[in-house]
Structure formats: C-alpha cells, structure tokens
Design a protein. Structure first.
Length: 284
C-alpha cells in the first residue's frame, strides 16, 4: 500500500488542478504576473511595484520566476504549464503543510487527535479553495506549519523554526505578530520558571541570540534583494506597515469585529458549529 504522503500529494495535486474559480487578484498580480514579466519580458506590474511605493518584496514572485526560468531553459514553457505549473507547485507545498499539521497535533495531543486534525485539515473547504493558490499567505501558511513543527521539537531544532518564521515575516510582515507572541511566551516562561542563573543564560544562548542573528540575516538578505530590484535601499516590511497604517481604507474597510463575526464563520464553513461546541466544552 502506498504511504500516506503519496495520497496527500495526489489529493493536493488534484485540488490544484480542479480549481477554476477566481478569489483575489493577488493570486495573479502579486505573484505570477510579476514573475512572468521578469522572465518573459511582457505583462503588467501594478502600482505596488513602483520604486516610489515599493510595497512588495521580490521573494514570493521570485519563487515562480525561478520556476518559469527552468521551464524556459528546458523548452517546456508552454501556455498550459506556465498557467498551471505554479499552482501545482503550490499544491505540493500544501501537501507538506497537511502532513506537518498532523505531526504537530500528534506531538501536542495524541494520535487520535492527530487523525481528527488531519481530517479537518483535508476536509476544510477554505483550505481546498485557497491553499493551492499562489498567494503569499498560502506560502506563509506552509512555512508557518513547518516552523511550528520544528519549534515543538525542542531547542536543538528551533533554529530551523526561527529560519522558517523569519521567512514568513519577510514574505508577509503581518506574520511578525504571532511569532513575536510565541517568542515572548517562551521568554516569560523562562523568567517565571524557578531556575538557576546558568539555565537562564543557556536559554538566551540557545534561543534569543540565534533568533536575533537568524531573523536579522533573513530580513537583511530580503532587504538587499529588494534594494537591488528597486534601485535604492529598500525595506519593504516598513513600507508595507507605513502604507497600511496611513492608508488603511485604500481598498475599503471592515468593522473592527469582522474577523470574529464574519471572517471566522466563512473560513470554518461547516466546521463552525463543531468549533463552537468544542470551545464550549473546553471552558465548561
């Protein structure tokens, strides 16, 4: 019998190829169209890519530009492969996330819980609808699941988690919020847990110092690539943050409760009543 990973890859490959709908323009305009312009020399770049604005990093479309370059080098750059190849690539990455979610649930809870978490991961309509799409948020979701898995493996593996988490932040600056919370939680535990000065120093040596070095190196490398592309020094996470704080209604705005009152229900879909019941059980 074929191993589990094989069937997950088959499922997500099928998932990637059967999607025929439209969801958000970023799927094309902030990823595939940009890569197409870079490699094939024609297409359209949106206003976010103007050097005077520079809201986007080259990292995410760079993945697909590399893929397109390989296709062109091999003479396999047919319209069909150019159109569906990146989505299939993202589908394979989604399969890696599926398996990581299962392993995380098993480590945190139990084998039985891992089966249910895996079923929810594969059965989620929103995952089916979005994960194989070429959004930076889809790539962030994959990296985040893999990073959390390495984080839970313990301090000896956390440099990998810090590397993957830093890539998440470089791709999408908003990811810094929950990674910061996770690190602060660990720091708080280290401070509040009765331990010797030597143990606390060891924690700093094994987590804080590598964390600063790894995240600083990733962000510096991303800034260097962006600066080369835009022609002057550029730190796109800051540009993104500044623009969204000063012009947060550029595309319209939702009420402050939108994520709780609408966004969560939409993404959970038919899992919503089970989620509410599970939440009630956990606090009862």
């Amino acid at each position: 019998m074929a191993p589990l990973w094989f069937w997950v890859v088959v499922f997500r490959s099928f998932n990637a190829l059967v999607l025929r709908t439209y969801f958000n323009p970023d799927e094309q305009w902030q990823a595939l169209e940009v890569a197409h312009v870079w490699v094939f020399g024609y297409g359209h770049l949106t206003w976010e890519w103007e050097p005077c604005i520079a809201l986007r990093t080259v990292l995410h479309p760079g993945i697909f530009a590399f893929f397109y370059s390989l296709l062109r080098l091999l003479g396999a750059d047919s319209a069909l492969i150019v159109a569906y190849g990146p989505r299939l690539l993202q589908g394979l990455a989604a399969a890696a996330q599926d398996l990581a979610v299962r392993r995380v649930a098993r480590r945190l809870l139990s084998e039985r819980a891992a089966h249910w978490a895996f079923a929810c991961q594969l059965g989620s309509w929103f995952n089916f609808f979005c994960l194989p799409r070429t959004y930076s948020s889809s790539a962030e979701a994959v990296l985040g699941a893999l990073a959390l898995e390495h984080w839970l493996l313990g301090r000896g593996h956390r440099w990998r988690a810090l590397l993957l988490g830093s890539l998440c932040v470089a791709l999408r600056p908003v990811a810094a919020a929950y990674w910061l919370i996770l690190v602060l939680f660990e720091v708080w535990n280290a401070i509040c847990t009765p331990s010797s000065r030597l143990v606390q120093l060891q924690f700093i040596r094994e987590l804080i110092v590598p964390g600063i070095f790894i995240s600083g190196s990733v962000l510096a490398a991303a800034s260097m690539l962006d600066s080369i592309y835009y022609g002057s020094f550029m730190f796109t996470p800051w540009n993104w943050l500044r623009f969204n704080l000063l012009h947060n209604a550029f595309y319209g705005s939702h009420p402050w409760h939108w994520y709780a009152s609408e966004g969560l229900a939409v993404t959970l879909g038919t899992f919503l009543p089970f989620t509410l019941f599970g939440g009630w059980l956990s606090f009862s």
